[in-house]
Design a binder for this molecule. Structure first.
Ligand code: IFM
Length: 761
């Protein structure tokens, strides 16, 4: 077992945290979280943290927030307002150690060593600690925990423990902590637990199988209670106890479905492999993902580590096998935002999955297909046609944004994003289109994607109202810049809407010419007639855009330029967001942007910024941005990199990297995964200069000074391509798939299977 507990030796593949602080523990637990898109687990200590059930936190801080999440397991808790939230499942890694009947607890005695290591290469959390108890017994232990990427229902825990004393009564309990919190028990027997959510009628089954060996000899457990194995022995100094625990988890979404047989089958699979087999399969699955999605930077260790951390969490968050779930704003690493799904997924995460893991991208988009009915209902309820996706979405696609939250003064603050942040509908359509372009997955497009594009286009035509000035306007919205609410003609929203309408028209044409049967069926199902299509055309032609043709500048929304000019940089040193410093009212009256808005539009629709327009708009809006969201810096980095401004790009990239890698207490609620997706985009799409939107991929890199090389792989229409950019050359190899064309630094090249082309930069 000892070998399995050793971290990958290369320092660039591991993150290490020593010690323990009540102030940062929760953030460390997020940062070092591990998962497989079905299950996610925070990196809380498994042994010595003690119970964590206190509820009143007036002047006491949480030190630890142990949580295991199961994607899609939503229920509505007793909160006000009542919005669905992920229900935690049992903490299957909990181990209690009692020495002479005294529990080993972190806040008692002295922790001589306490190190957690996130082994990103192996997708495993490793720990080692040495704890001297008040009775002067020293316990030394090492641990590995993982959630299998090879079999998403499976988890594994290995623990190796020894004492420095003879004659101590040792008692080890492998339990399931917090079991059934917020759910009603259905079954509790032997090594099986099953629970059901109270409101939504979903259920979860968990099974465990634990073995303990003492100096290699298996010890018989006592089974005093379901889901608890207890071993006792009298210690001999230096004697090694090795615990291995397999766990299996299954979810059922309907009240008449039983998850137990699925959990049982999963446990059987793991048992037949044994823990070594489970570990080996998991490591092989991670290795395959690193080959497909890894990014290598020579010449910048800090960003190398950051991009690896990003790929680690992005890989841990997705599940290509489940079309009914998507990725929440904090993945499965924390409670913030209750597991809700935002535009973050389509705009910040999808590019990574589309380019490196198309199966995962497809599932995420299918989630939007399965939640179309929720989006249709929201549009209809708001008086519009087509599909208006929920700003915050859980499992059904119904809008789940809380209508108000408590402000710092204890008074409720109305949340308008659920009512007004409509660009989400175009964002979903955008991701569908990007995926389809890059993968050529016609089956997806014809079966699901086209309907999303058509229904969202239909929404925009009903949303953009013709007015007496001859334009169609989209009033009363919130753009990505959420500091300004209830604005008219947000350029991001209107331009994305126009793009969505144009793709809707293109979809109709394409379906009619390539898949006439499907076109007829869809047009009939959606009752889409020529009059409506003419209206879409009119909306694309007459959409208000806020563009001043003389200056080339888009106005972020109608009236933005007339707001108070503010020296945003003067507030950069504050630890809290600018709207807290200057107040909500002043923020709303000022030219201060919460996050990339027009700048995000430059990234998404570069064709809307010909010639010098991209630079003009970037340099206008960049100084006005206060980066009050974790999504912002990465988008600025991407645009700056594409514009060939590596200095600004690197600055924003380092800011993004710091978000969850630095000891920032804001990570306590989970890692900010959109920032991580943005980081990958800034490196690969920005510095790497990848563009997968055309009939052939284009590569136009902008390597920053100091980087000797940048290497990564991407998928394109069934092929896998390896890219290596150096200061002088761009090398591209076709790793798998048939011959293709690729445009490298403006030069069209033929790529043959197995061959590499190298083009001078
Ligand atoms: O979706 C974002 C939004 O753009 C800014 N606030 C946080 C949300 C979730 O990450």
């Amino acid at each position: 077992m000892l070998e399995a507990l050793q971290p990958t030796p290369e320092p660039g593949w591991v993150l290490t945290h020593d010690g323990y602080s009540v102030l940062t523990e929760s953030a460390v637990e997020s940062r070092f979280a591990f998962g497989n898109g079905f299950l996610g687990m925070r990196a809380a200590r498994s042994v010595s943290r003690g119970p964590t059930w206190t509820s009143w936190l007036g002047y006491i801080r949480w030190s630890s927030w142990p949580r295991c999440y199961l994607a899609g397991l939503f229920d509505i808790p007793n909160t006000d307002p009542p919005v669905p939230a992920l229900v935690p499942i049992a903490d299957w890694c909990r181990v209690r150690v009692l020495l002479d009947d005294v529990p080993l607890l972190g806040h008692e005695g002295e922790i001589l060593l306490g190190t957690r290591t996130l082994d990103m290469r192996r997708g495993a959390l490793l720990s080692s600690w040495t704890h001297r108890t008040p009775a002067d017994i020293t316990v030394t232990a090492r641990e590995l925990r993982l959630l299998s990427l090879a079999d998403r229902a499976a988890g594994l825990q290995l623990q190796r423990l020894s004492l420095d004393r003879d004659g101590v009564e040792v008692r080890i309990e492998a339990t399931f902590g917090l079991a059934g919190l917020g759910m009603e028990p259905l079954r509790l027997e032997d090594n099986l637990g099953a629970w059901r959510t109270e409101g939504t009628g979903k259920s979860v089954a968990m099974m465990g199988a634990a073995t303990l060996r003492l100096d290699g000899e298996q010890l018989r457990p006592e089974r005093p209670f379901p889901l608890r194995s207890v071993w006792r022995w009298r210690s001999v100094a230096g004697q090694v106890a090795e615990l291995d625990r397999l766990v299996a988890v299954a979810r059922a979404d309907a009240p008449d479905e039983d998850p137990v047989p699925h959990a049982r089958a999963a446990l059987e699979r793991s048992r037949s492999l044994g823990w070594r087999g489970v570990l080996a399969a998991h490591e092989a699955a991670w290795s395959a993902r690193w080959t497909a999605g890894g990014v290598e930077i020579e010449g910048d260790d800090e960003l190398q580590r950051a991009v690896r951390f990003a790929v680690y969490h992005l890989t841990s968050a997705a599940n290509p096998e489940d079309e009914r779930v998507s990725i929440g704003a904090r993945g499965l690493t924390g409670d913030a935002y209750f597991g809700h799904v935002f535009w973050d997924t389509e705009i910040y995460l999808l590019p990574f999955y589309t380019a490196t893991w198309p199966e995962a991208a497809r599932s995420l988009l299918m989630y939007r297909f399965h939640t179309l009915s929720g989006a249709r209902a929201k549009a209809a309820r708001s008086g519009y046609k087509g599909a208006l996706y929920a700003w915050e979405s859980a499992d059904t696609g119904v809008e789940t944004t809380p209508e108000s939250v408590l402000g710092s003064d204890g008074k409720p603050v109305e949340i308008l994003t659920g009512k007004m942040e409509h660009h989400i509908s175009a964002d979903v359509a955008y991701a569908v289109w990007q995926y389809w372009q890059a993968t050529g997955d016609d089956d997806f497009f014809v079966r699901a994607g086209a309907e999303i594009v058509l229904e969202t286009a239909r929404f925009w035509a009903s949303r953009a109202v013709p007015e007496s000035d001859g334009r169609r306007h989209i009033r009363h919205v919130i753009g990505p810049d959420e500091y300004h609410e209830d604005v008219d003609d947000n350029a991001f929203t209107n331009m994305m809407a126009r793009w969505n309408l144009a793709r809707g028209l293109e979809t109709v044409e394409m379906l009619r010419s390539r898949w006439p049967g499907r076109a007829a069926a869809l047009e009939e199902k959606l009752e889409l007639g020529s009059e409506e299509l003419a209206d879409w055309r009119d909306a694309t032609e007459r959409m208000a855009t806020g563009l001043d043709p003389a200056s080339g500048l888009y106005e972020q929304f109608a009236g933005f330029h007339a707001l108070e000019a503010l020296d945003v940089a003067a507030y950069a040193h504050h630890k809290v967001p600018i709207d807290v410093v200057i107040g909500r009212e002043r923020t709303q009256g000022a030219q201060v942007v919460k996050q990339a808005d027009v700048v995000a539009l430059i990234a998404l629709l570069p064709e809307a910024f010909p010639g010098a327009m991209a630079k003009i708009n970037f340099h206008h809006y960049e100084p006005r941005c206060a980066h009050g969201s974790s999504l912002s810096a990465a988008m600025h980095a991407l645009v700056a990199a594409r514009l060939g401004n590596p200095e600004i790009a690197l600055r924003y990239l380092r800011e993004t990297a710091a978000l969850d890698l630095d000891p920032d207490p804001n990570s306590a609620g989970g890692i900010r995964i959109a920032g991580l997706g943005g980081l990958w985009q800034a490196v690969v799409l920005g510095f790497g200069g990848i563009d997968l939107t055309g009939e052939a991929p284009r590569i136009d890199p902008h390597l920053p000074p100091g980087w000797q090389s940048l290497s990564f792989r991407i998928c394109w229409r069934g092929r896998r391509i390896a890219v290596r950019v150096t200061g002088d050359t761009v090398g591209v190899g076709l790793v798998s798939g048939g011959a293709m064309e690729i445009v490298i630094a403006g030069k069209t090249c033929e790529l043959e299977p197995g061959a590499t082309v190298e083009v001078p930069r």
